[in-house]
Write a protein that binds this ligand. Structure first.
Ligand code: SF4
Length: 265
């Protein structure tokens, strides 16, 4: 069982490659033949990958059957338990494609902009949760099973089912460009086989909150001004739903932005 620095180096080197991580994950379902492994991860340099995993004592090869060693099984188990604190293995995820941009509807808050409904395939399901750190303003919602990404004026919601919605889009060209950028970011992480470790919270400034408030200083929340409300929201002294004008149809998009921003406070 690896213990000294050289042996640990062999393990780290073996696990630094996406194909070898895929092999390990594939073997966690049971013993396989080299043929079966080649069918799953591809046959290119398969002997080389298996040799490195064997040298690191992560797998055993006997009479054409490949299996996880006891150390390999413990290694995967330990990795799974520590998963929440480290980078997430997404080597099983398949690259996505934008399959269709289905609808462009006018935004309720601003009729010069559009709300877009699109689809990606294959659906990312629960993998979306570990993709959250890829986006500086991304937040996964367990409640709706979706990753909500804020970038400038645009809010993109990627559902585990493959559905994607975007708000405040200027044109179909902008929608396609934003979707392409989303696809590239996700596929780059899938190609590497890992999503980055959970990151620090993004700092939200009171001015950013104020920007999305109605800015009428109506006082319905009990505060003298919207800016005071923004500061109190920042420090947790007031709840977002105290600003009742935000429930009016004209502020639908503002409310969506504020809900995303609130997640970072
Ligand atoms: S209720 Fe909303 S719009 Fe009215 S002052 Fe408070 S924050 Fe501003």
């Amino acid at each position: 069982m690896p213990g000294n620095p050289n042996e640990i180096k062999l393990v780290n080197n073996a696990m630094s490659n996406v194909t070898r991580r895929k092999i390990m994950n594939f073997l966690s379902a049971g013993d396989k033949s080299a043929e079966e492994i080649g069918g799953e991860v591809g046959k290119t340099m398969l002997d080389f990958h298996l040799k490195l995993l064997q040298q690191a004592s992560l797998i055993e090869i006997e009479e054409g059957t490949v299996r996880l060693s006891e150390y390999g099984r413990n290694f995967l188990k330990e990795k799974e338990e520590k998963g929440a604190d480290k980078t997430a293995d997404i080597s099983q995820a398949k690259p996505i494609e934008i399959t269709e941009v289905r609808q462009l509807l006018p935004c309720i808050a601003d009729s010069s902009k559009f709300r877009v409904i699109a689809n990606i395939a294959p659906p990312l399901g629960g993998t979306l949760k570990v993709l959250e750190p890829l986006f500086p303003r991304g937040k996964y919602s367990d409640k709706i099973g979706a990753l909500i990404i804020q970038k400038g004026e645009i809010i993109t919601t990627v559902y585990g089912t493959g559905k994607v919605t975007m708000t405040m889009i200027k044109s179909e060209a902008e929608a396609r460009e934003s979707l392409q950028s989303l696809k590239n970011t996700i596929n780059e992480a899938i190609a590497k086989g890992v999503a980055p470790a959970p990151r620090e919270k993004v700092r939200v400034e009171p001015m950013e909150i104020y920007k999305y408030l109605p800015q009428t200083n109506c006082g319905k929340c009990g505060e003298q001004s919207c800016y005071t409300f923004a500061i109190k929201l920042m420090v947790g002294e007031i709840a977002l739903d105290k600003c009742t004008p935000l429930k009016e149809p004209g502020y639908v998009t503002n409310l969506e932005h504020l809900q995303v921003l609130s997640a970072y406070i």
